[in-house]
Design a protein. Sequence first.
Length: 188
Amino acid sequence: MLASSSPSSPLSLPRALILALYVVAATFIIPSLMEFMLVSYPYRLGAAQWRFGALGLLFNSVLFSPIVGIALASVAAVMLEQRKVARVLAILGGVIALLMLIGLPFFALDFLQLRASVNPQAKRAFDFTSLKAALTGGLLFLAALSVAIGTWRGSSSPAGQRVPSRAGAAARAKAGPVVMGSAQTPQS
């Protein structure tokens, strides 16, 4: 179990370990994107089969690793208080979410177009595989959007102010109640 330096501060980790998260993030992002680029080559955006296959591959497996990588890098950037890096990562996550949102309707349209040409014995498998890709794509969209929003918000305030502490709340409670009322003095 990791211990923090005090109950009132955020989780304290060695800086070298936090920096290592950037390397781990790169190992999640780069190989997945390179594999997609190689597997989907030659690119034929005008062909419904290619689009359907490429989007299905992105939604089923490829985008999971880059989203995890962006999340890890975002954690490192926020913990190291690297606001500009965190903002770039938040924007990158938002762009991925936006592209997925745009891609999902195209995936559905290509599904409808291609389904008519699928062998009747394979239609059920085609339908289930396509449904899995669409649901996974929807979940990955939510994940990318959550990472983008969380990173943006996390980069807005200094690290010490991000997480309300229990010790701070306990100290405020010991100080006594806060009395709110009107500015008028009681009359006798």
